[in-house]
Design a protein around this ligand. Structure first.
Ligand code: AMP
Ligand code: GLY
Length: 430
């Protein structure tokens, strides 16, 4: 089978790593990918294309299955374009992609389908938002969310009324701030522990991938600014089976059913960002309509069975023949110096990356290397060219063992300015 993968980061590197191993996958086109994806011999890299060009390409090349990494092509309707031409793409329609694309759409969806989430109000102008804030009991704090995709910058959680007022001004009025919205969501703060859960879905059929905990802050002990994700872990001990069962029955199943009854059956990866309260009950913070990065690099090495066959089965309404290893997984991300550069100072890029041959070929059973922000210099050497440069995933019988192996491997990699957190998976969250 010929496949097409859309995207270019560590998440897509993990998609390709998995698909490359599967017998019935003959060729994997990646658009645009990164230069080192060609270390997988079934891969052919394509120059950047828009959604129409991707569709033309898939038709011309008889692509049998397309998988999408990032949300942007999905919110722009790539699925609908492929479906119109009779092409199989694993991802939601533009309508269903609003579950990620519009926070207000997704909250209203959750209310309508009795999916547990924080109480909220929607304000359609600045004056109404200020009035709602005035009436807000700030003891527990407030969450302010701009509607629409905001690259992770559209959410502020605070107990300080002055900061809340400034945020409303910034999001709704301030011309100097990149986020600009007429619709704002004010939400109650959910106390608890955050975890994300994932499923491969098609209509009401699904394969539950379980959960993973991302570390978003750049420095150890969750200090410093937010990033796209500095590392991630999954352990079978937490969430335990009882909690996973609650997530499945109270959130995953009603979400898929709700999508069907609203006339937007969900096909694709469903990412449920959750808060687990003290009583052990899950609440939805947000949906994403794609896999996470670095959650994919953490979870995919645990999947046993053919993903390509599993997805085709699922899209034909059959339960996929996939299983998850009952092991712990730890993924540590290595970044360029200066990342995440909240003040836009240039990152320390273009430095030669050194590491062992064993790692580059991802040949070890226990350790996988996933590449993201890398390119080749004129001498043909690997250099860092992005914020999140690469990451190592290790599996182990315990979280502690997986951590140990991941850190032994990451210590073998070096480049000028490189940075990684040393506490990924150090404390299980349960
Ligand atoms: P979101 O973009 O909606 O995922 O929000 C970004 C982050 O803000 C989440 O990962 C949470 O850490 C936090 N957050 C969002 N909504 C809430 C909430 N209702 N209660 C507590 N924290 C929240
Ligand atoms: N790691 C969080 C995300 O992919 O959105």
């Amino acid at each position: 089978m010929k496949m097409l993968v859309i995207g270019s980061g560590g998440r897509e590197d993990a998609f390709v790593w998995k698909l490359q191993q599967e017998k019935n996958v003959e060729k994997i086109f990646v658009c645009p990918g990164h230069p080192y994806m060609d270390r997988f011999d079934k891969v052919e890299l394509l120059p950047k294309k828009n959604e129409d060009e991707l569709c033309d390409f898939a038709l011309k090349e008889n692509i049998e299955l397309t998988i999408v990494g990032p949300e942007a092509p999905l919110t722009k309707g790539v699925k609908d374009k492929f479906s119109d031409k009779g092409l199989a793409l694993f991802g939601p329609s533009q309508k269903a992609a609003q579950l990620e694309g519009s926070k207000i759409f997704s909250k209203e969806f959750m209310m309508k389908h009795d999916i547990p989430t924080a109480d909220f109000v929607v304000c359609s102008d600045f004056e109404k938002a200020m009035a709602a804030l005035n009436d807000w009991d700030m003891k527990e704090g407030i969450v302010i969310k701009a509607d629409g995709l905001a690259g992770g910058k559209g959410v502020v959680v605070t107990k300080d009324k002055k900061i809340a007022e400034q945020t409303l001004y910034d999001f709704m009025k301030n011309p100097k701030v990149s986020i600009s919205t007429d619709s704002i969501l004010l939400e109650k703060v959910l106390p608890g522990v955050e975890v994300s859960a994932f499923a491969l879905c098609h209509g009401e059929e699904y394969f539950f991938l379980g959960s993973a905990c991302d570390h978003k802050r750049v420095f150890d002990n969750d200090e410093g600014p937010n990033t796209g994700g500095m590392g991630c872990f999954r352990t079978p001990e937490w969430p335990d089976l009882k909690l996973l069962e609650k997530i499945e029955s109270r959130i995953l199943k009603p979400t898929l059913k709700g999508c069907v009854t609203t006339g937007m059956p969900f096909s694709g990866f469903l990412f449920m960002g959750l808060m687990i309260n003290e009583a052990g009950d899950p609440y939805v913070i947000e949906y994403n309509v794609r896999m996470g990065d670095p959650e994919t690099q953490t979870l995919f090495p645990l999947i046993e069975g053919d993903l390509s066959t599993g997805l085709i089965d699922l899209m034909r309404g059959k339960k996929p023949k996939l299983r998850l290893k009952n092991e712990s997984s730890v993924h540590v991300v290595m970044t360029s110096g200066g990342y995440p550069s909240i003040d836009d100072t240039p990152l320390d890029k273009g430095n030669r990356i050194t590491f062992t041959e064993d790692l580059i070929h991802s040949s070890s059973e226990e350790t996988k290397l996933f590449l993201a922000g890398v390119s080749r210099n004129e001498a043909g050497e690997m250099i860092n060219s992005g914020g999140r440069v690469l990451g190592v995933t290790a599996l182990g019988p315990t979280l502690e063992r997986a951590r140990e192996i991941a850190y032994q491997s990451i210590e073998l990699i070096d480049f000028k300015g490189c940075h990684y957190r040393r506490d990924i998976g150090a404390r299980s969250r349960g």
